[in-house]
Design a protein around this ligand. Sequence first.
Ligand code: CO
Length: 215
Amino acid sequence: MDRFKKLLMNNEAWVTEKLNLDKEYFRKQYDEQHPPYLWIGCADSRVPPDEITGTHAGDMFVHRNIANIVSHADLNLMSVLEYGILSLKVDHIIVCGHTHCGGVKAALGHRKLGIIDKWIRGIKDVYHNHRDELDQLEDENKVWDKLVELNVKDQVMNLAKTSFVQKRWAEGDFPVLHGWVYHLEDGKIEAVSKITRDTEIDDIYRYNFDEEPTL
Ligand code: CO
């Protein structure tokens, strides 16, 4: 059987299963969404956010890209953040990296790979900013894993620097920003950073919301 046909058959089985449990399942989903979580993860096929966190349809607003990068120049992610934070009002934003991330590995190398070189350039900056710590690690895989962790922490800080996050912080405690690393080797998630409205952030990145425009 064609591989893609299997997906459509799986879909039919899934619809039947949901309707058996709740005849109104799809009508309820159709009305609106109130997800409490926003997930920013790597596009890697081995890190399916719903599956590894036991969440279901309606629980999580999701953005994925290569190496879970939070770039203020990325219109796609900035649109997701604006809508997720200011309209959906998610309470928690998770940046989830993972061990053996190909994007991070590529950033550690020197080969020209194509347009992705531009995308992962920021990870080279993370390396540059933590060179002292990384250069002390002798094992190549340890450097790789450490850079995955440092990249996650950096991307979480990038979230804190956005006007969307700061605007919600001006009104209350949420969102809370979480940095996680998913370990491919054992399936476990490790929490590596957390930023709240009370976390100290360099004043140069702070916005003043007394005057419009707010974006
Ligand atoms: Co990856």
